[in-house]
Design a protein around this ligand. Structure first.
Ligand code: B12
Ligand code: SF4
Ligand code: SF4
Length: 388
């Protein structure tokens, strides 16, 4: 079966109404095969162990750089971005200080306060590609619907999503390693659809098919002499421009890393319960995104869930597995598992001087079946008592 062909202009015309109705803010396309421009940076990152315990990143790194080795029919990648927040203020309280009193939601990164983008955005991309298949069939671009092959992924697939977004003209890479759009900032989720479409007429200077272009002739990075994110990162995780060491990153400690932050790192977590937005909050491009008049707010699914108001910080310290399941299923916080959330809550309580929560932490120390959780409880008790 030969690969279906489409022009960039025809693809753009089909995608426009679909992206609007599915609230995908930016879309672009990249033809394969190609050499990713930062392949060596990625391999070096792995070699230096900067992926920490993110073992999935080190699995078959060469097929991550060359996805067509696993998917021989692959001819192009469609890339999408979906807003979850329109920028940050430089002094955004939540990004810097996190939890305030019992309002733990303020210690949760903006991306993680609502429903899980792995479900929401992925479903949007699936609906889009299903419609694309139908329209191409109606227009005779494919003889049968099965002639269009497609595999989608949002975050969890083995693809360097920021590289594809950069190459498709969806934005530039900032020194904080984020994909930043000059108008929409970096509060964007990314997702991809790998297809067998041969797309002609994609411009050499990448421009998004959907959404505002970067200024013509824009460099690969538009940070200029700014280095605010490197200066603001409280842990030194941004070891140099465009280089992030996950071993030092609060986002990794609180979301991904088994066991969380090491003992000496815990105070640096401050009031941040889940994720970290500091290197985005200080970015001037996010200030610009904040001031931009927008026709529609980001998808409401990403706003803070009403069910979160039922819990206070203390309730997270000893949350049962069952309650965790009820409240956090289908949200990004699910990723932390109940033990991770209990651990994060105790670290935040200790870092923010919540002596009123000592009795609950002592109960965890006495009763929790997991040695790792009891160790964090002991640390939190010692810290709070030591400060008294
Ligand atoms: C592993 C991972 C993490 C790790 C490591 C982060 C990292 N920077 O690598 C941890 C857990 C720390 C993490 C944290 C976060 N993540 Co994350 N993460 C990923 C994941 C799964 C892979 C990223 C990756 O490939 N890392 C490998 C390293 C080497 O790549 P990199 O740091 O991005 O570096 C690239 C560029 O900087 C470039 N580069 C290197 N040198 C140079 C030099 C120049 C001049 C230029 C231009 C570029 C350049 O090359 C590298 C390879 O492409 C992606 C999803 C995916 N499948 O791609 C999401 C993803 C990157 N994360 C995302 C988000 C939202 C976050 C957080 C904001 C969450 C939070 N609030 O806590 C933070 C942000 C931290 C940060 N500053 O990056 C979004 C980013 C969206 C965007 N606008 O960029 C993604 C794309 C998920 C998604 N589908 O939306 N994440
Ligand atoms: S997410 Fe936080 S800890 Fe990680 S690099 Fe950015 S500012 Fe530093
Ligand atoms: S804060 Fe400055 S250096 Fe960092 S990503 Fe934004 S513009 Fe670039």
């Amino acid at each position: 079966m030969s690969a279906p062909r489409i022009t960039a202009a025809a693809l753009q015309e089909i995608l426009q109404p679909l992206c609007t109705s599915l609230r995908l803010d930016l879309a672009g396309a990249v033809s394969l095969p190609l050499d990713l421009p930062h392949a060596d940076d990625f391999l070096n990152w792995l070699k230096l162990g900067r992926h920490d315990t993110l073992d999935y990143m080190a699995r078959e790194p060469h097929s991550r750089l060359r996805p067509e080795t696993k998917l021989p029919w692959l001819k192009s990648v469609l890339v999408f971005a979906q807003r979850y927040v329109d920028g940050w203020a430089a002094d955004d309280h939540d990004a810097h200080a996190g939890c305030i009193d019992n309002d733990w939601t303020r210690g949760v990164s903006r991306y993680a306060r609502g429903l899980d983008y792995h479900d929401v955005m992925r479903k949007d991309i699936r609906l889009l590609t299903a419609s694309l298949r139908r329209v191409m069939h109606q227009r005779g671009l494919i003889a049968a619907e099965e002639d269009f092959r497609c595999k989608d992924a949002t975050d969890a697939g083995p693809y360097l999503e920021r590289e594809y977004a950069l190459l498709a003209g969806l934005g530039f890479i900032g020194k904080n390693t984020m994909l930043i759009h000059t108008q929409q900032g970096s509060g964007l989720f990314l997702g991809v659809a790998l297809t067998n479409l041969e797309i002609s007429g994609l411009e050499a200077a990448p421009r998004p098919l959907i959404g505002p272009s970067l200024p013509s002739g824009a460099p690969a990075s538009m940070c200029g002499s700014c280095s605010l994110c490197l200066e603001a990162c409280p842990t030194g995780a941004l070891t140099a421009p465009f280089e992030l060491d996950a071993r030092l990153c609060i986002s990794n400690w609180t979301i991904e890393k088994m066991g969380g932050a090491d003992v000496e790192q815990r105070p640096l977590q401050g009031g941040l319960l889940f994720g970290c937005d500091i290197c985005q909050a200080v970015c001037p491009w996010n200030r610009k995104a904040m001031r931009r008049p927008v026709a529609a707010a980001p998808r409401p699914d990403y706003g803070t869930l009403a069910t979160h108001a039922d819990l206070e910080l203390g309730d997270l310290i000893d949350i049962t597995d069952q309650r965790f399941g009820q409240v956090f299923r289908r949200t990004p916080i699910w990723r932390a598992h109940p033990a991770g959330l209990r651990r994060n809550a105790m670290i935040v309580a200790a870092n923010t001087g919540r002596r009123d929560l000592l009795p609950r932490i002592r109960n965890v120390l006495a009763d929790d079946p997991e040695a790792q959780t009891r160790e964090v409880a002991a640390w939190a008790v010692a810290k709070l008592e030591g400060e008294a």
